[in-house]
Write a new protein. Structure first.
Length: 229
């Protein structure tokens, strides 16, 4: 089976300018994802899809390939990851290349490592699933959640859980959004990152950080140092 790692890294980040190449502990953050993909020794090719020449140049210097630039259509704020991946698949077909399995690995995922990628790939093969996603457990059971009205008054969304112990409530997980493994033939049909026949890799909260602002960035650096101390 031919396997491709896709790192989607457009240039137009607004909340954190130049987010995908901003130094993370002194190193452009995209390098962490490229290194994880390359060091996993899973992939026949590791590529970056971008609309930005600086990102392309850096990515190539770190060992990734940039065989084509992303279209303007898929470089705006509204383009979905699925649309970007479909464009990559089609662009490779024009070049005469086809892949069976794709890993979409985000450029701002410095807390993942090559072992996680290997585990996810092995899980996909062992269970014969169409997609593998990364998940983590909510820090506190959502079943004890509040809703707040216009007067800032709190009330339980599920009042029947008010007196239940948190450990007796069912754990709930959310998508980490760091990487996805996808079977190409199924993905082309379903066009979803989380396909019907899926499995999950649970990642501890210490190795998870959504990076949307500078505070998130600093927290991710703290977690990275803790995990690598």
């Amino acid at each position: 089976m031919k396997k491709l790692a896709i790192i989607p890294a457009r240039g137009g980040s607004k909340r954190i300018p130049k987010k995908n190449v901003k130094p993370f502990l002194g190193i452009p953050i995209i390098k962490y994802s490229i290194d994880s993909a390359l060091n996993s020794n899973i992939f026949d090719e590791v590529m970056v899809t971008t609309d930005n020449k600086e990102i392309a140049k850096l990515s190539i210097s770190y060992g990734a390939k940039v065989p084509f630039y992303r279209s303007k259509k898929n470089s705006n704020d509204y383009a979905t990851t699925a649309e970007v991946i479909l464009e990559v698949i089609d662009s490779y077909k024009i070049l005469g290349k086809n892949f069976d399995i794709i890993c979409c690995l985000y450029p701002t995922a410095p807390l993942i490592n090559s072992n996680m990628l290997v585990d996810a790939y092995n899980l996909m093969v062992a269970k014969n699933v169409d997609s593998v996603i990364t998940v983590t457990k909510f820090g506190f059971p959502i079943w004890r959640g509040f809703k707040i009205d216009h007067d800032k008054k709190a009330s339980y969304i599920w009042p029947e859980n008010e007196l239940k112990r948190s450990q007796d409530l069912e754990p709930v997980f959310h998508d980490v959004g760091q990487f996805y493994f996808l079977r190409v033939d199924k993905f082309i049909v379903q066009k979803k990152m989380v396909m019907i026949n899926n499995s999950t890799i649970e990642i501890p909260e210490s190795q998870v950080q959504d990076i949307d602002n500078i505070e998130d960035w600093k927290l991710a650096e703290i977690k990275y140092n803790l995990n690598n101390s």
